[in-house]
Design a protein around this ligand. Structure first.
Ligand code: NAP
Ligand code: MG
Length: 405
């Protein structure tokens, strides 16, 4: 069989622990036999980040800007415990995802992978709901403090021009707590562009919700910027038959629960933090959740939403076979390959990405799955738990059959 050629390399970011093991298995079994794979490889494994003083993460982000499509393995974000586990670390390196996101000015879109035998807790959700969370500012970059006597709190903005604006926050007759939050026009605008870009790229409608009836100026600013940015995309939305829909956050919550899914829900930072955990839990499993970083200028980085699955890695190091779910990582590869194909006009590569997803779903639908999913399948469905190795082998067999048909 001749392998599918590639013209532009994918940016490949390797990672840590169990997902690094799955990464190699996926490449060896599901990609390399079928695709003449071209990647620009960056090792974001913790020890290599440490050796390069984290330069490798910056280089990988810059390569994503250059080529436009990346695929990333889960990586360790070191904490105190990790500093003890890896004594050679010279610093508590920052989260690679955070570094990449801020260098690319991107927004993360999280979408569940659905199969018919695992029913979402919300029965009518038959299509995925993708959450886009704004990742800058508001309460996450706010200051807060407490006072314990009567008095008044004011807020002052000092412009570089020398102009000052002071407002009274509140006069209080006793102890109180205070909070000062902000967001930036540039960040909100980038968020809006990333959302409209991703909506057109995936041909899904975009919902956006805030509380602008209460936070009239603050949330109203978000609403206004989204409306302005939408003007750039309106024609494309009309052509694709998708819509931009703004509503209040409480109305959105009610509509989301009653909906069948199949759209992107853009949320402010705090709303997105809370709603993404609710939506992913209701859909079933973090191991079935993909994550795409999309930039305002249309670059994409694909990954799994879960971490490096440390507990399974230590079992693996003990020589035990694990049943770790590779689906989200496979879909990171399939998404990246399809997007690369789309950007390069390489139809064979787009079709390969789709076939890889279909093969994975077919195997799951046949009842062959990893251990984490067996407990989630609907009553009456026969499910068999297999090791990651056997699961990937089953997908390879199915993929071969689909491709040679
Ligand atoms: P985790 O790796 O997502 O795993 C937590 C637990 O969820 C696992 O122990 C496992 O449960 C289950 N799980 C997650 N993914 C699974 C899969 N593919 N197949 C089967 N079960 C799966 O989260 P963590 O243990 O909190 O974090 C581990 C490391 O990952 C940390 O160092 C963290 O910094 C990093 N992390 C990286 C990213 C990223 O790169 N995007 C995201 C999150 C966390 P059982 O043990 O019950 O089987
Ligand atoms: Mg959270």
């Amino acid at each position: 069989m001749t392998k599918i050629p590639m013209t532009t390399p994918l940016v490949e970011m390797d990672g840590d622990e169990m997902t690094r093991i799955l990464w190699q298995m996926i490449k060896d079994e599901l990609i390399l036999p079928f695709v003449d794979l071209k990647t620009e490889y960056y090792d974001l494994g913790l020890l290599h980040r440490n050796e390069t003083q984290d330069q490798v993460t910056v280089d990988a982000a810059n390569a994503t800007k250059k080529y436009g499509v990346a695929v990333k393995c889960a990586t360790i974000t070191p904490n105190k415990q990790r500093m003890e586990e890896y004594p050679q670390l010279t610093q508590m390196w920052k989260s690679p995802n955070g570094t990449i996101r801020s260098l690319l000015d991107g927004t993360v879109f999280r979408a569940p992978i659905l199969i018919s035998t695992i029913k979402p807790v919300v029965k009518n959700w038959t299509k995925p709901i993708t959450i886009a969370r704004h990742a800058y500012g508001d309460v996450y970059k706010s200051i807060d403090f407490q006072t314990d006597e009567p008095g008044e709190c004011t807020m002052t903005f000092k412009g570089v021009s020398g102009k000052e604006t002071t407002l009274s926050v509140q006069k209080v007759d006793g102890a109180a707590v205070w909070q000062g939050a902000h967001n930036k026009e540039s960040s909100i605008r980038s968020f809006a562009h990333a959302c409209f870009q991703y909506a057109t790229s995936t041909k899904q409608s975009l919902w956006f919700s805030t509380k602008d009836t209460i936070a009239k100026v603050y949330d109203g600013y978000f609403k206004q910027i989204f409306e302005e940015v939408f003007e750039d995309y309106k024609a494309e939305f009309d052509k694709l038959g998708i819509e931009y829909f703004y509503t209040l956050i409480d109305d959105a919550v009610a509509r989301v629960i009653r909906s069948e899914g199949g759209y992107i829900w853009a949320c402010k930072n705090y709303d997105g933090d809370v709603m993404s955990d609710m939506v992913s839990t209701a859909f079933g499993s973090l191991a079935m959740m993909t994550s795409v970083l999309c930039t305002p200028d249309g670059n994409f980085e694909y990954e799994a939403a879960h971490g490096t699955v440390t507990r399974h890695y230590y079992q693996y190091l003990d020589g035990k076979e694990t049943s770790t779910n590779p689906i989200a990582t496979i879909f990171a590869w399939s998404g990246a390959l399809s997007k690369r194909g789309e950007k390069d006009g390489n139809d064979a590569l787009v079709k390969f990405g789709q076939a890889l997803e279909k093969a994975s779903l077919d195997v799951l639908e046949s009842g062959v799955m990893t251990k984490d999913l067996v407990g989630l399948v609907a009553e009456g469905v026969e499910a068999k738990s297999v090791s990651s190795k056997d699961f990937i082998a089953a997908i390879r067999q199915r993929l071969g059959a689909l491709i040679n048909r």
